[in-house]
Design a protein around this ligand. Structure first.
Ligand code: 9MR
Ligand code: ZN
Length: 548
């Protein structure tokens, strides 16, 4: 039988602590030494559409004693072990941020920070602007995006967005040092790490304010260490998607870094203004398509209205910070909102949720009540929709079967972000009474990520008795080290596998949550990306902030 638990563990004071099992009956919580601590009856059966099984939820929230435990089923089967303790997510949260350090490009990873995961400086050559013979660009730096060595602006912006908003809202969750080269300089390490990426992003802006969509080789490198990848890197075409995301993130970062390094903040502010100018002079969408024959990531997108919305929201806040009139930006917000676009997502295709985040968490209420109300209603309606999905499956997940796409783990965590924003937004409204339900729903999303799911894997490397082991990640594939570096979030189950092995091994009709393989080859099921991590970091930051 199966007993699925959050393998990292449960917050000591949490009023409910949930597991799921595949048989009815009496379950016993035992301490690591086998002592009985709690027992309870499994809840009513749920026919689960996400995994296609009949499952039984368990809640041992009554247990309020810190320790290491496992759950024992009616037939003697045991769950993976887990702890119950205060601030239980601290280590996994910090590891998921530290993981970004391992993606640093254009420098060597040194043993004192990287432990065994060292490598020599990589991708040190100049790049070429694609299609412009002789146009050389120094675009060293930044983080490798994912399992590949490409660096792309729109996912970079989303990653920085997740992290900087989380830092602004929950600064206490970012107090620990992470043993990166800048640690101890008096600046929160999450900001030190983000700066590494921001410095690279600045290099991707063209003199006229447009921004190159991505910097990659023509084809993905084979599984070699990054310093062995000597292919030419190209800055491909500029796009309005990249320019708008860049503008939003530079404006946001200018505010966040103002008190830390005013020179750097001013540089980012000027970059944001220049891109905004380019955007206003180029109002038509300039989308991005890979040139024929190139197979590196496309991050294509059919519309740029959400990116422009986010840029307008952040330019508005920058203007307010500088004591300038913000009307022009507010007007853009109003115009784009009038099209009725969705404003509740935080992924690279759809960034409009970040505009909602910027507007709704602005203590100055710069956007005015009408616009704030539009965002507020959308956020609360989406939060209520997600809470409404929970009883439809056994994991209390805010997920429907069709949500298990490529990178579904970010759908899981981005919904945690939306629910967290709903918590911020609901206070002082008639929805305030629903905050406990939103919090419960956020916890369920993280429980799933950390092992309470049908695969039995914790989807974060190094965390849990059964953490997945074989991410699609070039450094891990090539470094000869047995274990992957800790703290990487897997893309997770994908009901339409897109890689050869996944397609071959997962029969059509497999329930969505079971469409997963812990195999290095499976880039559509088991890759890592910077933005899957950052999304999870936002959610663990929220949960740490409410833990007593
Ligand atoms: O994360 C992206 C996912 O949402 C898309 O469905 C998929 C196919 O277009 O691409 C993913 O992004 C990949 C990117 O193109 C290149 N670097 C690795 C990314 C993760 O698989
Ligand atoms: Zn590199």
């Amino acid at each position: 039988m199966k007993i699925m638990v959050n393998q990292v563990g449960y917050e000591l004071a949490a009023p409910s602590k949930k597991a799921v099992a595949d048989q009815p009956g009496i379950y016993v919580l035992k301490s690591a030494s086998g002592e009985k601590v709690w027992q309870g009856q499994a809840g009513a059966a749920v026919e689960d559409p996400l995994c296609g099984e009949k499952l039984y939820p368990l809640d041992f929230g009554a247990v309020r004693t810190a320790g290491k435990y496992y759950m024992e089923g009616p037939d003697g089967a045991q769950s993976d072990s887990f702890v119950i303790q205060k601030d239980v997510l601290a280590d996994v949260h910090n590891a998921m941020i530290k993981a970004l350090y391992f993606q640093r490009c254009g420098c060597a990873l040194e043993e004192k920070y990287a432990g065994p995961y060292i490598h020599a400086a990589c991708h040190m050559a100049d790049s070429e602007v694609y299609g412009e013979t002789g146009h050389i660009l120094d675009a060293r730096g930044g983080w490798h995006d994912a399992g590949d060595y490409g660096r792309y602006i729109t996912p970079a912006a989303v990653t920085i967005g997740h992290l900087l908003y989380a830092y602004q809202l929950y600064p206490r969750a970012f107090a620990e040092q992470l043993n990166i080269p800048e640690s101890g300089n008096g600046v929160a390490d999450v900001l030190n790490e983000c700066r590494y990426e921001l410095e690279w992003m600045l290099k991707m802006q063209r003199k006229d304010g447009a921004v190159y969509h991505k910097l990659t080789a023509w084809q993905h490198a084979p599984f070699v260490m990054p310093e062995k990848d000597l292919d030419t890197f190209y800055a491909f075409a500029v796009s309005s998607l990249a320019a708008a995301d860049f503008c939003a993130v530079m404006a946001l970062a200018a505010r966040v870094y103002r008190s830390i390094d005013s020179v750097f903040a001013t540089q980012m502010e000027e970059a944001a203004r220049l891109s905004w100018k380019w955007l206003t002079e180029n109002p038509e969408p300039l989308l991005f398509h890979n040139p024929e024959g190139s197979n590196t990531g496309e991050y294509g997108d059919a519309a740029d209205a959400d990116e422009r919305l986010w840029a307008a929201a952040e330019m508005m806040l920058l203007a307010a910070e500088q004591g300038e009139a913000a009307d022009a930006y507010v007007e853009v917000l109003r115009r784009i909102l009038a099209t009725g676009l969705k404003v509740t997502d935080f992924g690279w295709t759809d960034v409009a949720g970040f505009a909602a985040m910027a507007v709704l968490t602005d203590s100055g209420k710069t956007a005015g009540e009408e616009i704030r109300k539009t965002f507020r209603q959308a956020v609360l309606a989406e939060a209520d929709r997600l809470v409404g999905l929970q009883p439809q499956n056994a994991f209390a997940l805010g997920m429907a079967p069709e949500d298990f796409c490529w990178g579904s783990n970010m759908v899981v965590t981005n919904r945690g972000i939306l629910l967290a924003l709903a918590c911020e937004t609901a206070a002082e409204t008639e929805a305030a009474g629903r905050i406990p339900a939103y919090r419960e729903a956020i916890q369920a999303q993280i429980d799933y990520l950390l092992g309470k799911n049908i695969t039995g894997y914790s989807f974060v490397t190094g965390f849990g008795d059964h953490a997945y082991r074989y991410p699609h990640l070039r450094t891990t594939a090539a470094d000869g080290i047995e274990k992957p570096m800790p703290g990487w979030v897997s893309g997770g189950p994908n009901r339409k596998p897109g890689d050869e092995l996944g397609i071959r091994m997962i029969p059509a009709g497999t329930p969505p949550m079971k469409c997963y393989l812990d195999r290095e080859e499976c880039y559509s099921l088991n890759e890592i990306t910077i933005y899957w991590n950052s999304s999870a970091v936002f959610v663990t930051a929220f949960l740490r902030s409410i833990a007593q």
